[in-house]
Design a protein around this ligand. Structure first.
Ligand SMILES: O=C(O)C[C@H](Nc1ncnc2c1ncn2[C@@H]1O[C@H](COP(=O)(O)O)[C@@H](O)[C@H]1O)C(=O)O
Length: 541
Protein backbone atom coordinates (compact mmCIF):
# COMPACT_ATOMS: atom_id res chain seq x y z
CA UNK A 1 0.00 0.00 0.00
CA UNK A 2 1.48 3.25 -1.04
CA UNK A 3 0.88 5.11 2.13
CA UNK A 4 4.21 3.57 2.92
CA UNK A 5 5.96 5.32 0.09
CA UNK A 6 4.50 8.53 1.32
CA UNK A 7 6.05 11.91 1.23
CA UNK A 8 6.42 13.21 4.70
CA UNK A 9 4.82 16.16 6.45
CA UNK A 10 6.54 18.96 4.67
CA UNK A 11 6.46 21.58 7.34
CA UNK A 12 9.51 20.05 8.85
CA UNK A 13 11.22 19.47 5.53
CA UNK A 14 10.67 23.00 4.34
CA UNK A 15 12.01 24.56 7.45
CA UNK A 16 14.95 22.22 7.38
CA UNK A 17 14.25 20.81 10.79
CA UNK A 18 13.76 17.23 9.70
CA UNK A 19 15.44 16.77 6.33
CA UNK A 20 15.26 13.02 6.34
CA UNK A 21 11.48 13.10 6.52
CA UNK A 22 11.50 13.38 2.77
CA UNK A 23 13.03 9.97 2.30
CA UNK A 24 10.64 7.26 1.17
CA UNK A 25 10.76 4.19 3.31
CA UNK A 26 8.45 1.75 1.65
CA UNK A 27 10.74 -1.24 1.48
CA UNK A 28 11.78 -0.85 5.09
CA UNK A 29 8.19 -0.62 6.23
CA UNK A 30 6.53 -3.20 4.13
CA UNK A 31 7.22 -6.25 6.25
CA UNK A 32 5.55 -4.61 9.21
CA UNK A 33 2.72 -3.32 7.12
CA UNK A 34 1.23 -6.55 5.93
CA UNK A 35 0.14 -7.75 9.35
CA UNK A 36 -1.42 -4.33 9.78
CA UNK A 37 -3.36 -4.72 6.56
CA UNK A 38 -4.48 -8.17 7.48
CA UNK A 39 -5.52 -7.07 10.91
CA UNK A 40 -7.15 -3.77 10.09
CA UNK A 41 -8.30 -4.62 6.63
CA UNK A 42 -10.18 -7.68 7.91
CA UNK A 43 -8.89 -9.79 5.08
CA UNK A 44 -7.42 -13.24 5.51
CA UNK A 45 -3.63 -13.52 5.09
CA UNK A 46 -2.73 -13.40 1.44
CA UNK A 47 -0.61 -16.49 1.10
CA UNK A 48 -3.43 -18.75 2.11
CA UNK A 49 -6.30 -16.86 0.56
CA UNK A 50 -4.95 -15.80 -2.80
CA UNK A 51 -2.37 -18.54 -3.33
CA UNK A 52 -0.12 -16.12 -5.17
CA UNK A 53 3.19 -17.43 -3.92
CA UNK A 54 5.17 -20.49 -4.89
CA UNK A 55 7.62 -22.17 -2.52
CA UNK A 56 10.37 -19.69 -1.69
CA UNK A 57 13.73 -20.83 -2.94
CA UNK A 58 15.79 -17.65 -2.60
CA UNK A 59 15.77 -14.20 -1.07
CA UNK A 60 15.19 -12.69 -4.50
CA UNK A 61 12.25 -14.93 -5.10
CA UNK A 62 10.91 -14.12 -1.65
CA UNK A 63 11.06 -10.44 -2.52
CA UNK A 64 9.24 -11.07 -5.79
CA UNK A 65 6.59 -13.00 -3.94
CA UNK A 66 6.28 -10.17 -1.47
CA UNK A 67 5.72 -7.72 -4.30
CA UNK A 68 3.19 -10.05 -5.88
CA UNK A 69 1.48 -10.43 -2.53
CA UNK A 70 1.19 -6.70 -2.17
CA UNK A 71 -0.06 -6.23 -5.71
CA UNK A 72 -2.63 -8.93 -5.12
CA UNK A 73 -3.50 -7.44 -1.78
CA UNK A 74 -4.22 -4.15 -3.51
CA UNK A 75 -6.40 -5.99 -5.99
CA UNK A 76 -8.14 -7.92 -3.23
CA UNK A 77 -8.65 -4.93 -0.95
CA UNK A 78 -9.82 -2.90 -3.93
CA UNK A 79 -12.37 -5.55 -4.69
CA UNK A 80 -13.87 -5.65 -1.20
CA UNK A 81 -13.44 -2.05 -0.14
CA UNK A 82 -16.55 -0.08 0.73
CA UNK A 83 -15.46 3.12 -0.94
CA UNK A 84 -14.42 3.24 -4.60
CA UNK A 85 -11.70 5.73 -3.69
CA UNK A 86 -9.94 3.03 -1.71
CA UNK A 87 -10.97 0.32 -4.12
CA UNK A 88 -11.53 0.64 -7.84
CA UNK A 89 -9.86 4.04 -8.09
CA UNK A 90 -7.16 3.56 -5.47
CA UNK A 91 -4.28 3.85 -7.93
CA UNK A 92 -5.52 7.22 -9.13
CA UNK A 93 -5.93 8.81 -5.72
CA UNK A 94 -3.41 6.98 -3.56
CA UNK A 95 -1.10 10.00 -3.50
CA UNK A 96 -3.53 11.61 -1.07
CA UNK A 97 -3.25 8.79 1.47
CA UNK A 98 -0.13 10.05 3.24
CA UNK A 99 -1.98 13.26 4.01
CA UNK A 100 -5.52 12.20 4.83
CA UNK A 101 -5.38 8.61 6.09
CA UNK A 102 -5.55 7.84 9.80
CA UNK A 103 -1.83 7.17 9.51
CA UNK A 104 -1.29 10.63 8.03
CA UNK A 105 -3.32 12.35 10.73
CA UNK A 106 -1.41 10.58 13.50
CA UNK A 107 1.87 11.46 11.85
CA UNK A 108 1.01 15.15 11.64
CA UNK A 109 -0.15 15.10 15.27
CA UNK A 110 3.17 13.57 16.32
CA UNK A 111 4.97 16.31 14.42
CA UNK A 112 3.00 19.08 16.15
CA UNK A 113 3.40 17.58 19.64
CA UNK A 114 7.15 17.12 19.23
CA UNK A 115 7.63 20.60 17.78
CA UNK A 116 5.70 22.09 20.73
CA UNK A 117 7.98 20.39 23.24
CA UNK A 118 10.95 21.76 21.31
CA UNK A 119 9.39 25.23 21.32
CA UNK A 120 8.89 25.09 25.10
CA UNK A 121 12.56 24.27 25.47
CA UNK A 122 13.38 27.53 23.70
CA UNK A 123 11.32 29.74 26.05
CA UNK A 124 13.71 31.01 28.76
CA UNK A 125 10.91 31.46 31.32
CA UNK A 126 9.99 27.79 31.06
CA UNK A 127 12.98 26.86 33.19
CA UNK A 128 11.62 23.35 33.78
CA UNK A 129 12.32 22.53 30.11
CA UNK A 130 15.92 23.57 29.55
CA UNK A 131 17.39 23.92 26.06
CA UNK A 132 17.79 20.43 24.65
CA UNK A 133 21.22 19.04 23.92
CA UNK A 134 22.08 18.17 20.34
CA UNK A 135 21.51 14.52 21.16
CA UNK A 136 18.04 15.15 22.58
CA UNK A 137 17.11 17.33 19.62
CA UNK A 138 18.18 14.63 17.18
CA UNK A 139 16.28 12.03 19.19
CA UNK A 140 13.10 14.10 18.97
CA UNK A 141 13.60 14.82 15.28
CA UNK A 142 14.10 11.14 14.64
CA UNK A 143 10.66 10.39 16.08
CA UNK A 144 9.18 12.53 13.31
CA UNK A 145 11.65 11.43 10.65
CA UNK A 146 11.30 7.74 11.33
CA UNK A 147 7.61 7.70 12.05
CA UNK A 148 6.23 4.65 10.34
CA UNK A 149 3.25 2.38 10.20
CA UNK A 150 4.33 0.40 13.28
CA UNK A 151 4.34 3.66 15.25
CA UNK A 152 0.87 4.45 13.96
CA UNK A 153 -0.31 1.00 15.00
CA UNK A 154 1.17 1.57 18.43
CA UNK A 155 -0.82 4.80 18.76
CA UNK A 156 -3.97 2.95 17.69
CA UNK A 157 -3.33 0.33 20.35
CA UNK A 158 -3.06 3.03 23.00
CA UNK A 159 -6.22 4.68 21.69
CA UNK A 160 -8.07 1.42 22.29
CA UNK A 161 -7.45 2.00 25.98
CA UNK A 162 -7.77 5.80 26.17
CA UNK A 163 -10.64 6.09 23.70
CA UNK A 164 -9.13 9.50 23.06
CA UNK A 165 -7.16 9.74 19.85
CA UNK A 166 -4.98 12.75 20.71
CA UNK A 167 -4.22 11.62 24.24
CA UNK A 168 -3.04 8.36 22.67
CA UNK A 169 -0.42 10.31 20.71
CA UNK A 170 0.78 12.02 23.90
CA UNK A 171 1.14 8.67 25.70
CA UNK A 172 2.92 7.20 22.69
CA UNK A 173 5.46 10.02 22.76
CA UNK A 174 6.02 9.69 26.50
CA UNK A 175 6.57 5.97 26.06
CA UNK A 176 8.93 6.56 23.16
CA UNK A 177 11.01 9.16 25.05
CA UNK A 178 11.27 7.61 28.48
CA UNK A 179 14.45 5.81 27.41
CA UNK A 180 16.20 9.11 26.73
CA UNK A 181 17.44 10.36 30.10
CA UNK A 182 17.30 14.06 29.22
CA UNK A 183 13.85 14.03 27.63
CA UNK A 184 12.55 11.65 30.28
CA UNK A 185 12.85 14.50 32.80
CA UNK A 186 10.37 16.66 30.88
CA UNK A 187 7.83 14.10 29.73
CA UNK A 188 5.01 16.04 31.40
CA UNK A 189 5.67 18.88 28.99
CA UNK A 190 4.42 16.87 26.05
CA UNK A 191 1.01 18.39 25.24
CA UNK A 192 1.69 21.06 27.88
CA UNK A 193 -1.25 23.47 28.31
CA UNK A 194 -2.70 22.11 25.08
CA UNK A 195 -6.19 21.09 24.29
CA UNK A 196 -6.41 18.33 21.69
CA UNK A 197 -7.70 20.77 19.15
CA UNK A 198 -4.47 22.78 19.36
CA UNK A 199 -2.83 19.70 17.92
CA UNK A 200 -5.64 18.66 15.58
CA UNK A 201 -6.21 22.00 13.89
CA UNK A 202 -2.54 22.29 12.97
CA UNK A 203 -2.42 18.69 11.78
CA UNK A 204 -5.40 19.32 9.50
CA UNK A 205 -4.00 22.65 8.30
CA UNK A 206 -0.69 21.01 7.37
CA UNK A 207 -2.30 18.04 5.67
CA UNK A 208 -4.54 20.31 3.59
CA UNK A 209 -1.78 22.70 2.66
CA UNK A 210 0.68 20.01 1.69
CA UNK A 211 -1.77 17.73 -0.10
CA UNK A 212 -3.05 20.61 -2.19
CA UNK A 213 0.41 21.89 -3.03
CA UNK A 214 2.01 18.50 -3.68
CA UNK A 215 -0.82 16.50 -5.22
CA UNK A 216 -3.99 18.37 -6.17
CA UNK A 217 -2.78 21.70 -7.55
CA UNK A 218 -0.30 20.14 -10.02
CA UNK A 219 -3.12 18.12 -11.60
CA UNK A 220 -5.41 21.17 -11.73
CA UNK A 221 -2.59 23.03 -13.47
CA UNK A 222 -2.09 20.15 -15.92
CA UNK A 223 -5.76 20.40 -16.81
CA UNK A 224 -5.52 24.13 -17.46
CA UNK A 225 -2.40 23.57 -19.55
CA UNK A 226 -4.03 20.84 -21.66
CA UNK A 227 -7.11 22.97 -22.29
CA UNK A 228 -4.94 26.00 -23.16
CA UNK A 229 -3.03 23.83 -25.61
CA UNK A 230 -6.31 22.76 -27.20
CA UNK A 231 -7.26 26.44 -27.43
CA UNK A 232 -4.10 27.31 -29.34
CA UNK A 233 -4.06 24.22 -31.55
CA UNK A 234 -7.68 24.62 -32.59
CA UNK A 235 -7.71 28.43 -32.56
CA UNK A 236 -8.48 28.62 -36.29
CA UNK A 237 -11.02 25.79 -36.58
CA UNK A 238 -14.51 27.28 -37.15
CA UNK A 239 -17.40 25.71 -35.30
CA UNK A 240 -21.10 26.39 -35.31
CA UNK A 241 -22.21 27.76 -31.95
CA UNK A 242 -25.28 26.34 -30.27
CA UNK A 243 -27.07 28.75 -27.98
CA UNK A 244 -30.22 27.05 -26.65
CA UNK A 245 -28.99 24.00 -28.54
CA UNK A 246 -29.88 25.78 -31.80
CA UNK A 247 -27.49 26.90 -34.56
CA UNK A 248 -26.00 30.27 -33.65
CA UNK A 249 -23.24 32.59 -34.87
CA UNK A 250 -20.03 30.60 -35.44
CA UNK A 251 -17.05 30.57 -33.13
CA UNK A 252 -13.84 28.54 -33.24
CA UNK A 253 -13.22 25.36 -31.35
CA UNK A 254 -10.08 26.88 -29.86
CA UNK A 255 -11.89 29.96 -28.59
CA UNK A 256 -14.40 27.80 -26.71
CA UNK A 257 -11.51 25.90 -25.10
CA UNK A 258 -9.82 29.21 -24.23
CA UNK A 259 -12.92 30.24 -22.27
CA UNK A 260 -12.54 27.18 -20.04
CA UNK A 261 -8.79 27.56 -19.62
CA UNK A 262 -9.23 31.16 -18.48
CA UNK A 263 -12.10 30.36 -16.11
CA UNK A 264 -10.21 27.49 -14.49
CA UNK A 265 -7.02 29.50 -14.13
CA UNK A 266 -8.95 32.37 -12.52
CA UNK A 267 -10.08 29.91 -9.83
CA UNK A 268 -6.47 28.81 -9.50
CA UNK A 269 -5.35 32.40 -8.95
CA UNK A 270 -7.93 32.77 -6.18
CA UNK A 271 -6.14 30.14 -4.05
CA UNK A 272 -3.30 32.54 -3.37
CA UNK A 273 -5.67 34.73 -1.35
CA UNK A 274 -6.88 31.96 0.96
CA UNK A 275 -4.92 31.91 4.21
CA UNK A 276 -4.56 28.55 5.92
CA UNK A 277 -5.12 29.33 9.58
CA UNK A 278 -4.13 27.73 12.84
CA UNK A 279 -4.78 28.30 16.55
CA UNK A 280 -2.82 27.32 19.63
CA UNK A 281 -4.68 29.05 22.46
CA UNK A 282 -5.72 26.21 24.73
CA UNK A 283 -9.06 24.90 25.94
CA UNK A 284 -11.26 27.88 25.10
CA UNK A 285 -8.94 30.16 23.18
CA UNK A 286 -7.71 32.40 26.03
CA UNK A 287 -4.45 30.73 27.21
CA UNK A 288 -6.16 30.25 30.59
CA UNK A 289 -3.99 27.38 31.83
CA UNK A 290 -0.86 28.87 30.28
CA UNK A 291 -1.33 32.12 32.16
CA UNK A 292 -1.80 30.46 35.52
CA UNK A 293 1.26 28.24 35.07
CA UNK A 294 3.55 30.96 33.65
CA UNK A 295 1.95 34.40 34.21
CA UNK A 296 4.84 36.39 32.76
CA UNK A 297 5.01 34.79 29.36
CA UNK A 298 3.36 36.47 26.37
CA UNK A 299 1.55 33.32 25.32
CA UNK A 300 -0.26 34.90 22.41
CA UNK A 301 3.07 35.85 20.91
CA UNK A 302 4.52 32.37 21.57
CA UNK A 303 1.48 30.73 19.98
CA UNK A 304 1.71 32.98 16.92
CA UNK A 305 5.41 32.17 16.53
CA UNK A 306 4.74 28.47 16.90
CA UNK A 307 1.87 28.34 14.42
CA UNK A 308 3.79 30.41 11.88
CA UNK A 309 6.90 28.27 12.30
CA UNK A 310 4.86 25.41 10.84
CA UNK A 311 3.97 27.44 7.76
CA UNK A 312 0.42 28.22 8.89
CA UNK A 313 -1.11 31.70 9.46
CA UNK A 314 -2.08 32.52 13.02
CA UNK A 315 -5.69 33.00 14.08
CA UNK A 316 -5.83 34.82 17.44
CA UNK A 317 -9.63 34.89 17.82
CA UNK A 318 -10.83 31.40 18.47
CA UNK A 319 -12.77 29.19 20.84
CA UNK A 320 -11.46 25.71 21.54
CA UNK A 321 -11.34 25.24 17.81
CA UNK A 322 -10.00 27.15 14.88
CA UNK A 323 -13.41 28.00 13.39
CA UNK A 324 -12.70 26.36 10.01
CA UNK A 325 -13.91 29.35 7.99
CA UNK A 326 -10.79 29.08 5.84
CA UNK A 327 -11.62 25.47 5.00
CA UNK A 328 -15.05 26.60 3.81
CA UNK A 329 -13.46 29.31 1.70
CA UNK A 330 -10.92 26.90 0.27
CA UNK A 331 -13.51 24.24 -0.54
CA UNK A 332 -15.90 26.78 -2.03
CA UNK A 333 -13.16 27.77 -4.44
CA UNK A 334 -12.54 24.12 -5.32
CA UNK A 335 -16.29 23.63 -5.77
CA UNK A 336 -16.29 26.50 -8.25
CA UNK A 337 -13.30 25.02 -10.08
CA UNK A 338 -15.19 21.72 -10.19
CA UNK A 339 -18.34 23.41 -11.52
CA UNK A 340 -16.36 24.93 -14.37
CA UNK A 341 -14.84 21.53 -15.13
CA UNK A 342 -18.32 19.98 -15.09
CA UNK A 343 -19.34 22.57 -17.67
CA UNK A 344 -16.28 21.60 -19.74
CA UNK A 345 -17.00 17.86 -19.42
CA UNK A 346 -20.58 18.34 -20.57
CA UNK A 347 -19.58 20.53 -23.51
CA UNK A 348 -16.97 18.04 -24.68
CA UNK A 349 -19.57 15.28 -24.28
CA UNK A 350 -21.95 17.31 -26.45
CA UNK A 351 -19.29 18.04 -29.07
CA UNK A 352 -18.42 14.33 -29.21
CA UNK A 353 -22.11 13.58 -29.58
CA UNK A 354 -22.32 16.03 -32.50
CA UNK A 355 -19.31 14.30 -34.07
CA UNK A 356 -17.06 17.36 -33.71
CA UNK A 357 -14.52 15.24 -31.86
CA UNK A 358 -13.62 11.61 -32.45
CA UNK A 359 -12.02 9.57 -29.70
CA UNK A 360 -8.86 7.62 -30.41
CA UNK A 361 -9.60 3.95 -29.93
CA UNK A 362 -7.34 1.35 -28.37
CA UNK A 363 -7.15 -2.25 -29.55
CA UNK A 364 -8.84 -4.54 -27.07
CA UNK A 365 -11.05 -1.89 -25.52
CA UNK A 366 -14.82 -2.20 -25.75
CA UNK A 367 -17.21 0.69 -26.25
CA UNK A 368 -20.57 -0.92 -25.66
CA UNK A 369 -21.19 -4.52 -24.57
CA UNK A 370 -23.95 -4.87 -27.12
CA UNK A 371 -23.40 -2.25 -29.83
CA UNK A 372 -19.97 -3.04 -31.25
CA UNK A 373 -19.63 0.21 -33.22
CA UNK A 374 -19.67 2.48 -30.20
CA UNK A 375 -16.90 4.61 -28.66
CA UNK A 376 -18.50 6.14 -25.60
CA UNK A 377 -17.22 9.32 -23.91
CA UNK A 378 -16.69 7.41 -20.67
CA UNK A 379 -13.79 9.50 -19.34
CA UNK A 380 -15.83 12.71 -19.41
CA UNK A 381 -18.80 10.89 -17.90
CA UNK A 382 -16.61 9.49 -15.14
CA UNK A 383 -15.20 12.95 -14.52
CA UNK A 384 -18.66 14.55 -14.37
CA UNK A 385 -19.95 11.87 -11.98
CA UNK A 386 -17.01 12.24 -9.64
CA UNK A 387 -17.22 16.04 -9.70
CA UNK A 388 -20.80 15.65 -8.53
CA UNK A 389 -19.65 13.49 -5.60
CA UNK A 390 -16.72 15.78 -4.87
CA UNK A 391 -18.91 18.86 -4.70
CA UNK A 392 -21.52 17.12 -2.58
CA UNK A 393 -18.86 16.30 0.00
CA UNK A 394 -16.92 19.54 -0.25
CA UNK A 395 -20.08 21.59 0.13
CA UNK A 396 -21.29 19.45 3.03
CA UNK A 397 -17.98 20.17 4.76
CA UNK A 398 -18.02 23.84 3.87
CA UNK A 399 -21.57 24.23 5.24
CA UNK A 400 -20.99 22.21 8.38
CA UNK A 401 -17.52 23.03 9.57
CA UNK A 402 -17.97 26.72 10.45
CA UNK A 403 -20.77 25.79 12.88
CA UNK A 404 -19.90 24.59 16.39
CA UNK A 405 -22.01 25.04 19.53
CA UNK A 406 -20.70 27.65 21.98
CA UNK A 407 -16.97 27.12 22.58
CA UNK A 408 -16.99 23.82 20.62
CA UNK A 409 -18.83 20.65 19.93
CA UNK A 410 -17.13 17.53 18.62
CA UNK A 411 -19.16 17.18 15.43
CA UNK A 412 -16.30 18.55 13.36
CA UNK A 413 -13.96 15.77 14.45
CA UNK A 414 -15.60 13.01 12.46
CA UNK A 415 -16.44 15.35 9.59
CA UNK A 416 -12.82 16.49 9.25
CA UNK A 417 -11.80 12.88 8.68
CA UNK A 418 -13.35 13.32 5.23
CA UNK A 419 -11.16 16.17 3.99
CA UNK A 420 -9.40 13.71 1.71
CA UNK A 421 -12.64 12.24 0.40
CA UNK A 422 -13.87 15.43 -1.29
CA UNK A 423 -10.38 16.06 -2.61
CA UNK A 424 -10.08 12.41 -3.67
CA UNK A 425 -13.21 12.56 -5.83
CA UNK A 426 -11.94 15.86 -7.25
CA UNK A 427 -8.53 14.41 -8.09
CA UNK A 428 -10.13 11.38 -9.72
CA UNK A 429 -12.35 13.64 -11.82
CA UNK A 430 -9.40 15.77 -12.94
CA UNK A 431 -7.44 12.68 -13.96
CA UNK A 432 -10.40 11.27 -15.90
CA UNK A 433 -10.89 14.54 -17.77
CA UNK A 434 -7.18 14.60 -18.61
CA UNK A 435 -7.39 11.02 -19.85
CA UNK A 436 -10.38 11.93 -22.01
CA UNK A 437 -8.68 15.00 -23.46
CA UNK A 438 -5.69 12.90 -24.57
CA UNK A 439 -8.02 10.72 -26.67
CA UNK A 440 -9.72 13.59 -28.51
CA UNK A 441 -9.28 14.11 -32.24
CA UNK A 442 -10.93 17.03 -34.01
CA UNK A 443 -13.24 16.02 -36.86
CA UNK A 444 -12.96 19.05 -39.14
CA UNK A 445 -15.07 17.65 -41.95
CA UNK A 446 -17.97 17.14 -39.54
CA UNK A 447 -17.55 20.69 -38.18
CA UNK A 448 -17.58 22.06 -41.76
CA UNK A 449 -20.59 19.99 -42.68
CA UNK A 450 -22.69 21.69 -39.97
CA UNK A 451 -21.45 25.13 -40.91
CA UNK A 452 -22.25 24.49 -44.59
CA UNK A 453 -25.80 23.58 -43.72
CA UNK A 454 -26.55 26.69 -41.70
CA UNK A 455 -26.22 29.70 -43.97
CA UNK A 456 -29.02 31.29 -41.93
CA UNK A 457 -26.37 32.28 -39.36
CA UNK A 458 -25.41 35.05 -41.79
CA UNK A 459 -28.74 36.77 -41.08
CA UNK A 460 -27.09 38.44 -38.11
CA UNK A 461 -24.21 40.17 -39.96
CA UNK A 462 -26.40 41.12 -42.94
CA UNK A 463 -29.01 42.85 -40.78
CA UNK A 464 -26.28 44.56 -38.77
CA UNK A 465 -24.63 46.00 -41.89
CA UNK A 466 -28.07 47.03 -43.22
CA UNK A 467 -28.74 48.92 -39.97
CA UNK A 468 -25.39 50.65 -40.22
CA UNK A 469 -26.39 51.91 -43.66
CA UNK A 470 -29.89 52.92 -42.52
CA UNK A 471 -31.77 50.31 -44.55
CA UNK A 472 -35.28 50.39 -42.99
CA UNK A 473 -36.64 47.34 -41.12
CA UNK A 474 -33.39 45.40 -41.54
CA UNK A 475 -34.10 42.96 -38.73
CA UNK A 476 -37.65 42.31 -39.87
CA UNK A 477 -36.55 41.67 -43.46
CA UNK A 478 -33.98 39.09 -42.36
CA UNK A 479 -36.49 37.51 -40.03
CA UNK A 480 -38.89 37.16 -42.92
CA UNK A 481 -36.16 35.55 -45.04
CA UNK A 482 -34.82 33.10 -42.46
CA UNK A 483 -37.04 32.35 -39.46
CA UNK A 484 -38.38 28.80 -39.67
CA UNK A 485 -37.46 28.62 -43.37
CA UNK A 486 -34.99 26.62 -45.39
CA UNK A 487 -32.02 28.90 -46.03
CA UNK A 488 -29.30 28.16 -48.55
CA UNK A 489 -26.11 29.75 -49.75
CA UNK A 490 -28.08 30.70 -52.87
CA UNK A 491 -30.98 32.38 -51.08
CA UNK A 492 -28.61 34.37 -48.87
CA UNK A 493 -26.60 35.54 -51.89
CA UNK A 494 -29.69 36.58 -53.82
CA UNK A 495 -31.00 38.52 -50.82
CA UNK A 496 -27.66 40.27 -50.31
CA UNK A 497 -27.36 41.21 -53.97
CA UNK A 498 -30.83 42.76 -53.89
CA UNK A 499 -29.90 45.14 -51.06
CA UNK A 500 -29.47 48.86 -51.42
CA UNK A 501 -25.98 48.99 -49.88
CA UNK A 502 -22.66 50.60 -50.84
CA UNK A 503 -20.70 48.24 -53.11
CA UNK A 504 -17.88 47.80 -50.61
CA UNK A 505 -20.27 46.73 -47.86
CA UNK A 506 -22.08 44.40 -50.21
CA UNK A 507 -18.79 42.81 -51.32
CA UNK A 508 -17.87 42.09 -47.72
CA UNK A 509 -21.23 40.41 -47.14
CA UNK A 510 -21.02 38.42 -50.37
CA UNK A 511 -17.60 37.11 -49.33
CA UNK A 512 -18.85 36.03 -45.95
CA UNK A 513 -19.47 32.32 -45.27
CA UNK A 514 -20.49 30.56 -42.06
CA UNK A 515 -16.82 29.42 -41.86
CA UNK A 516 -15.41 32.92 -42.01
CA UNK A 517 -18.02 34.59 -39.81
CA UNK A 518 -16.01 34.01 -36.62
CA UNK A 519 -15.28 37.52 -35.40
CA UNK A 520 -12.17 37.71 -33.22
CA UNK A 521 -12.45 34.09 -32.11
CA UNK A 522 -9.15 32.98 -33.62
CA UNK A 523 -7.19 35.88 -32.11
CA UNK A 524 -8.81 35.37 -28.72
CA UNK A 525 -7.87 31.69 -28.74
CA UNK A 526 -4.32 32.34 -29.90
CA UNK A 527 -3.68 34.83 -27.14
CA UNK A 528 -5.05 32.60 -24.40
CA UNK A 529 -1.67 32.56 -22.62
CA UNK A 530 -2.03 36.26 -21.88
CA UNK A 531 -5.03 35.46 -19.71
CA UNK A 532 -3.90 32.10 -18.34
CA UNK A 533 -0.86 32.45 -16.13
CA UNK A 534 0.37 29.03 -15.12
CA UNK A 535 4.10 29.67 -14.88
CA UNK A 536 4.09 29.52 -11.10
CA UNK A 537 1.30 26.99 -10.82
CA UNK A 538 -1.44 27.36 -8.21
CA UNK A 539 -0.26 28.37 -4.76
CA UNK A 540 -1.58 28.97 -1.30
CA UNK A 541 -0.04 32.01 0.41
O1 LIG B 1 -8.52 18.37 24.72
C1 LIG B 1 -9.62 17.86 24.88
O2 LIG B 1 -9.80 16.64 24.77
C2 LIG B 1 -10.76 18.76 25.26
C3 LIG B 1 -12.13 18.20 25.04
N1 LIG B 1 -12.49 18.31 23.63
C4 LIG B 1 -12.03 17.44 22.69
N2 LIG B 1 -11.27 17.94 21.70
C5 LIG B 1 -10.76 17.10 20.76
N3 LIG B 1 -10.98 15.75 20.75
C6 LIG B 1 -11.76 15.24 21.73
C7 LIG B 1 -12.32 16.05 22.72
N4 LIG B 1 -13.06 15.29 23.51
C8 LIG B 1 -12.95 14.02 23.06
N5 LIG B 1 -12.15 13.99 21.97
C9 LIG B 1 -11.73 12.81 21.16
O3 LIG B 1 -12.03 13.04 19.80
C10 LIG B 1 -12.24 11.80 19.13
C11 LIG B 1 -13.53 11.89 18.34
O4 LIG B 1 -13.64 10.79 17.53
P1 LIG B 1 -14.45 10.86 16.15
O5 LIG B 1 -15.84 11.29 16.48
O6 LIG B 1 -14.35 9.48 15.60
O7 LIG B 1 -13.73 11.86 15.30
C12 LIG B 1 -12.30 10.75 20.20
O8 LIG B 1 -11.10 10.04 20.23
C13 LIG B 1 -12.51 11.56 21.45
O9 LIG B 1 -12.03 10.96 22.62
C14 LIG B 1 -13.14 19.03 25.87
O10 LIG B 1 -13.64 18.46 26.85
O11 LIG B 1 -13.41 20.18 25.56
Amino acid sequence: MDVLASPTPRASRVRGACPSLAAGSSSRLRPSFRPFLVKFGSLPPLRSSLKVSSPISSAEEAEKNDAADLANWDLASGTVSLSPLDGRYMQKVKDLRPFFSEYGLIRYRVLVEVKWLQKLSQIPEVVEVPQFSQDARLFLESIIDNFDITDAIEVKKIEKITNHDVKAVEYFLKQKCKSHSEIAKVLEFFHFACTSEDINNLAHALSLKEALSDVVFPVMVDLCKEISTMAKEHAHIPMLSHTHGQPASPTTLGKEMANFAVRLSERGKAFCKIRILGKFAGAVGNYNAHKVAYPDINWKCIAAEFVQSLGVDFNAYVTQIEPHDYIAELFNNIIQFNNILTDFDRDIWSYISLGYFKQITKAGEIGSSTMPHKVNPIDFENSEGNLCLANAILSALSMKLPISRMQRDLTDSTVLRNLGVGLGYSLLAYKSALQGIKKLQVNESRLNEDLDQTWEVLAEPIQTVMRRHAVPEAYEKLKELTRGREVSKQSIREFTESLDLPEEAKAILLNLTPNSYIGEAEELAKSVDEAVDLVNGFKLP
